[in-house]
Design a protein around this ligand. Structure first.
Ligand code: DAK
Length: 258
């Protein structure tokens, strides 16, 4: 399918999805979010794709939801039309790992989109923020929820109440991102991480994603039980036999996702 607001390239089992509304700092409108969901669902259905990288431009991952699109909307339109309701749900249903590669601004819905991904690799120029307070609203796609779980109440309150931006160094220190790399290396690092994941058994990869995500939704005791049962069930796979045999035979494992 031809997209207008994103580009998609599949390379070495990795789908690289790039947000592409350069005149609007990749602001998220209905079309962009719709195309993004389609591209992610295509990647989920494509057996050649084993990991996904979501990125923007050097200047902006995404500067938030499109303020120009939203400004004149009424409560009834936003509520009855469930503005930006279905898309986050669809993104959360993707079972393959998604890495956000963030350079420049990741603000409002842009920061929230990055947090919907499984982990964030940031460039040194990345700036995260939930500045919706400056627009007379609040975050609506996880900025008061996911951000609080990731960086704690004090910093999440600070970000959401003052609308200040957090630079890459602070985001790294706060646990919002997994690593920070030079801006010119961002895409390469994210693709390398995705390729590394693509070498693993997809069964284990999807099991990790489900298990880590459970830790946000279950009490610890239930989460630990879920993890243990998933761990035990992986002994029913050929990939477990292959992985452990390869270790003992001092060779690389050849996983077959079985
Ligand atoms: N929307 C639309 N256009 C945007 C934009 C945005 N969020 N951000 C930037 N642009 C546009 C600018 O209007 C400008 O367009 P022209 O004037 O050239 O036509 C162009 O991108 C370049 O921006 P600037 O000239 O402002 O560039 P600067 O380098 O001076 O500043 C900036 C960059 C990113 C700091 C600044 O543009 C900025 O503050 N942007 C707005 C950031 C922001 O407030 N983001 C939060 C948006 S609200 C919902 C769930 C979630 C949400 C909504 C609903 N529901 C469940 C219902 C989410 C809401 C948000 O994200």
């Amino acid at each position: 399918m031809a997209f207008e607001t994103i580009t998609v390239e599949v390379e070495d089992h990795v789908a690289l999805i790039t947000l592409n509304r350069p005149d609007a700092m990749n602001a998220l409108n209905d079309q962009l979010l719709g195309e993004l969901v389609t591209a992610l669902e295509d990647a989920q259905a494509n057996d050649k794709v084993r990991c996904i990288v979501l990125t923007g431009s050097e200047k902006a991952f995404a500067a938030g939801a499109d303020i120009k699109m939203m400004s004149e909307k009424s409560f009834v339109e936003v509520f009855a039309g469930d503005l930006f309701g279905p898309e986050p749900d669809a993104i959360m249903r993707i079972r393959k790992p998604i890495i956000a590669a963030v350079s420049g601004y990741a603000l409002g819905g842009g920061c929230e989109l990055a947090m919907m991904c499984d982990f964030i690799i940031a460039s040194e120029t990345a700036k995260f923020g939930q500045p919706e307070i400056n627009l007379g609203v609040i975050a609506g796609m996880g900025g008061t929820q996911r951000l609080t779980r990731l960086i704690g109440k004090s910093k999440a309150m600070d970000m959401n109440l003052t609308g200040r931006f957090m630079d890459a160094e602070e985001a790294d220190r706060s646990g919002l991102v997994s690593r920070v790399v030079p801006v010119k290396k961002l895409r390469e690092e994210a693709m390398a991480a995705a390729s590394k994941i693509a070498e693993k058994s997809m069964i284990s990869v999807m099991a990790v994603k489900e298990s880590v995500n459970r830790s946000y939704e279950m009490p610890l005791r239930e989460g630990l039980l879920f993890e243990r049962r998933v761990f035990q069930s992986l002994f029913a796979t050929e990939d477990q036999k292959e992985g452990m045999s390869a270790f003992m035979e001092k060779r690389e494992a050849q996983f077959r996702d079985k």
